[in-house]
Design a protein around this ligand. Sequence first.
Ligand code: HEM
Length: 244
Amino acid sequence: MTEKMLQQYKVWDAPTRIFHWVNFTTVILLLLVGTLMYFKKDLGITGLEAKIAIKEIHVWIGYVFAINLSIRLLWGFIGNQYARWSNILPGKSFPAVLSSYIASIKSGEPQQFLGHNPLGRLAVTLMMLILITLAITGLVRAGTDIYYPPLGASFAAHIAAEGVDPASIKPYDKTGTNPEAYQELKAFKGPFGDIHIYVAYTLLAIILLHIIAVVRAEITEGGGLVSAMFSGRKTLAKKPEDLN
Ligand code: HEM
């Protein structure tokens, strides 16, 4: 019987782990509240106040999500080597690294990595692009729909009729607005809402795929991927490909 030497490595730093779990929690809450918004009529929620309240809750969770995401984007330039964009985003050598990893899976002897494996790097890149798109389109809609920061005050100023204080304009109420500017804002916000919803449901599909892929890698390759996101440490039997 061949005995394998297990070795433990410190991989994920605390900011990366905190980001992951705050992101995980806020994304699930945003999907739940977003779905509630989408099906509000079917669920018997018809009052304007309730509609605005649900949107406000979604936006407040959205702020936590967007701030957490911004910190992670910055951390990718200052964190440890595994948290850095230079080790995550696919670069010049990526096609060779990916095909070597896929070949190793097919051979039944999958290569092991301390950071993300090459398929994980693709998934993380795609998820980051999706999260950034959701944050931008969400923040625009928070401004156009309920005049919330960071853009709400400018949108309210744009649609306010002459002599009307923009701060007095209420969501879903045309009182005090300039009809032409109101229509302009309505036309402007449409595409942001469409992109937001399509991308949100694409994210849902990718999250499910990501979970399936992590479970597959955990079963076939080991390494304690899931517990590593809590403890920061991975335990590997083979020499990792990305050990410096
Ligand atoms: C992972 C992040 C997010 C997910 C999965 C998500 C999901 C959703 C979903 C499913 C809807 C329902 C769309 C509809 O009713 O037509 C929605 C709407 C909305 N979201 Fe998000 N959202 C996210 C982030 C954000 C952020 C960061 C903000 C702002 C801070 C935001 C603000 C809004 C607003 C204002 C709406 C209403 C748009 C409308 O009525 O069409 N969202 N979101």
